[in-house]
Structures are given as structure tokens and as C-alpha cells.
Design a protein around this ligand. Structure first.
Ligand code: SF4
Length: 382
């Protein structure tokens, strides 16, 4: 839809056309009511949204926040959401584990998952009586789509004596077939705990081969993995680390453990998104780079204004399917509801509960850097 802009009385030039903003297309104006509801929010995002852009964004923010109150809904915003979603409409913010815990405890009728589909499934697994919505069905994940429940059954047939740990970045079908889940905050703890419980020195950890290799370097447990990878983190290389050090002398380099092992070897610190955020907050490095998804750096930067961020940018195309516009539409139309067959949900919940039953760590585990990459067995179905 296009809108005519009035060029002013007596203006001889043809009236230019301007496309309606997403807010205008939904009948929303930047009026006094919206200003009163949103003026105090602008400072949270003024590094990312210019004053000229704000009138197009604020009506969407106000409408979403009004609808949340009206429908008793909350938004769980993952660290990889853009700052407008993360800071302005997210009620709970964090990594997969933090959001899963909030989903289980939150007092709300509706959860809107501002994250990807496996995260919305995890919320539904833990909060079956709540309506869980995801605003885009395109928000998938290369890790989650790399493996199926049938694949895990094959692994268990091949290795009946080894427990199977799944990273939370998997579908409910996969979780239902595994013995326990883990996140990048607790992967080594989970692997060691399940090995003790099964009295074995070998554990299968799926589907991220890089996370598995990085965990293997931190523990004496032998790990077998699956050939999955995060399409965002696998793009980083040790050469990138070298180039960053050369271009930005003194920069502190932090890496996520979904990056290949040679990246962790070359980095200064490694850990989950929560661990990386904590590091920046606690250590306040003068200049830092986060080798992870772009929006994560943006969101950590808003909370650490004294730190200079270098931002090599690898965007997750799946996370970026989630927008203020489709969050608003999904709340208005109550679409797209996430459902899981009950027998699958119950078995998937057992795997998550097994993880949540482990002693709660005070802080997410850091991965030691500087270690030589380890070769481990990668499962082959043939
Ligand atoms: S960043 Fe990687 S692991 Fe996370 S949703 Fe995107 S593809 Fe999946």
C-alpha cells in the first residue's frame, strides 16, 4: 500500500509517493498516546534506531505491549533477537536455558516465542497448558533440521550401552528419543553427569559436531557426535581471529562453543551466550569482539556502553524471520500456535527434566581456550 505525501500548498512538483510504514499499514499512528507509552523506551535503542525511524517503530511497540497486557501474554526474547524486539517488547530475555526455565514458571496464558521454532517447542514442552505462539513459521535452525527422531533411534541401536545427550537446539521428536538435554552453558556438566549415571566412559552428544568437539576437549569422557552444525557459527575461522587481532590490537576475542575448535583455540574466552554476556559485564574489556550472532553483540553493547565492540557480522537468517510486525500480527490473529503430540511431549520433557534436575550452576561454564582441537568419532548412518 502506498500513501500520498502532501507536498504543500502551491508546490509545483508532482506529489511524491512513499510506501506506508508497517505501522501505518496496520492503521497505527505515532500520536500522543503512543508517545506517552514509548518515549521512555527510546533511549534503550537509540544506538540502533534513528530519531527519524522511531515514529515508524514506536506504534508497533505500543500496540504489542498493549496486546500483551490485554491477553495476559508474555514475550520470551532470545539474545539473537534484534534490539527493538529484545529491549522494547521482550518480557524475559536470555539464552535457550534461561527462556526454557521462564516458560515453565511464567504466570501467563500466552507465550510468544521471539526465537526459533525449537525454542517455541521447548516452551510448549514445559508449559503445556499455555498457548505458545511463534510469529514466523520460517524461523527454523540448521542444527535442529540436521537430525530426526529416527536418526536418534538408529544411534541407539548402534550404541545401546551409551547415553544420548541432545543439545537443546533440536525438535521435540529428537528430544523425546534422547536421555537428557544440554545447553552450551552446561554441556560438559551434563556429559559428565550422565556418564557417571550410566557408568560409562562414552557419551553420544548430538547434533552439533563443533560443540561436541569443544566439549570433548574439556573432559575425559569419550564423545561420539553427529554431523550437524550451526550455519552461523561454523562460518568463523581461526584466520578470522588472526585478522581481528591484526586489525584491532588489544581486542579481547570471545567465541561461542558452536564455533569450530580452532576458533576456540585462538580465542581469549569461550562460553555460551550467557557466559559471553557475563564476561563483558564483569571484565569490562576496553575493546571486545563476540564471535557469535550479530544481534547478540548489539544487545550486549546496549548493556555495556563503556565497552567498544568490534562487530564481525554473521546473521542468523532464521532468527531474523522474527520481526515486530509479525509479532504484532501473531498476537492479533493468535497465529501460529505450536502443538506437540502428547506422548512425544511427555518423553521430550523427561529429557529436559533430567537436565534441570542437575545441580543448578551459579554461573554458566566457560570453555577453556588455547586447547588443541580434538578429532572425535562422527556418527555415519551407513
Ligand atoms: S544461530 Fe545457529 S543454532 Fe541458533 S537458530 Fe540460528 S542456525 Fe540455529
Amino acid at each position: 500500500m502506498a500513501r500520498l505525501i502532501d507536498s504543500g500548498p502551491g508546490c509545483p512538483t508532482p506529489t511524491p509517493l512513499r510506501a506506508a510504514t508497517a505501522a501505518e499499514a496496520r492503521g497505527l499512528a505515532y500520536d500522543d498516546d503512543v508517545k506517552a507509552k514509548t518515549d521512555h523506551l527510546y533511549p534503550l535503542v537509540n544506538d540502533f534506531i534513528t530519531p527519524m525511524e522511531w515514529p515508524a517503530v514506536a506504534p508497533l511497540v505500543a500496540a504489542i505491549n498493549d496486546l500483551k497486557a490485554e491477553k495476559n501474554a508474555v514475550i520470551l526474547a532470545h539474545n539473537y533477537m534484534t534490539p527493538d524486539i529484545f529491549r522494547l517488547v521482550g518480557d524475559f530475555r536470555g539464552d535457550s536455558l534461561q527462556l526454557a526455565r521462564e516458560a515453565a514458571e511464567v504466570d501467563a496464558d500466552i507465550i510468544v516465542q521471539a526465537g526459533v521454532h525449537f525454542m517455541a517447542e521447548t516452551s510448549k514442552i514445559l508449559a503445556p497448558s499455555k498457548t505458545v505462539l511463534i510469529s514466523s513459521l520460517e524461523a527454523g535452525c540448521s542444527l535442529a533440521s540436521s537430525i530426526t527422531g529416527a536418526d536418534v533411534r538408529l544411534i541407539k541401536e548402534r550404541y545401546p550401552d551409551y547415553p544420548v545427550v541432545t543439545y537443546v537446539n533440536t525438535t521435540a521428536d529428537v528430544k523425546a528419543e534422547c536421555h537428557i538435554t544440554c545447553t552450551s552453558s552446561n554441556a560438559a556438566q551434563v556429559v559428565e553427569a550422565i556418564a557417571r549415571e550410566w557408568d560409562t566412559d562414552t557419551v553420544v552428544l548430538v547434533p552439533d559436531q563443533y560443540l561436541a568437539k569443544n566439549v570433548a576437549a574439556q573432559t575425559d569422557i569419550r564423545i561420539i557426535t553427529w554431523p550437524g552444525a550451526c550455519e552461523v557459527h561454523e562460518l568463523f575461522s581461526a584466520d578470522d581471529v588472526d585478522a581481528l587481532r591484526e586489525a584491532h590490537p588489544g581486542v579481547v576475542i570471545l567465541a561461542h562453543p558452536e564455533c569450530p575448535p580452532d576458533v576456540l583455540e585462538a580465542a581469549d574466552f569461550a562460553g555460551s551466550t550467557a557466559a559471553l554476556a557475563n564476561y563483558v559485564k564483569d571484565e569490562s574489556p576496553a575493546k571486545v569482539v563476540l564471535l557469535t550472532e550479530c544481534s547478540m553483540s548489539d544487545n550486549v553493547a546496549t548493556e555495556n556502553p563503556g565497552v567498544d565492540f568490534v562487530r564481525p557480522c554473521n546473521l542468523c537468517p532464521h532468527m531474523k524471520q522474527i520481526t515486530l510486525e509479525n509479532i504484532l500480527d501473531c498476537l492479533i490473529e493468535m497465529k501460529h500456535e505450536v502443538t506437540i503430540e502428547e506422548s512425544v511431549r511427555v518423553r521430550a520433557k523427561q529429557a529436559i527434566d533430567a537436565m534441570l534436575a542437575l545441580p543448578k550452576m551459579e554461573n554458566p561454564l566457560a570453555f577453556e581456550t588455547g586447547l588443541k582441537p580434538m578429532e572425535i568419532e562422527v556418527f555415519s548412518p551407513s
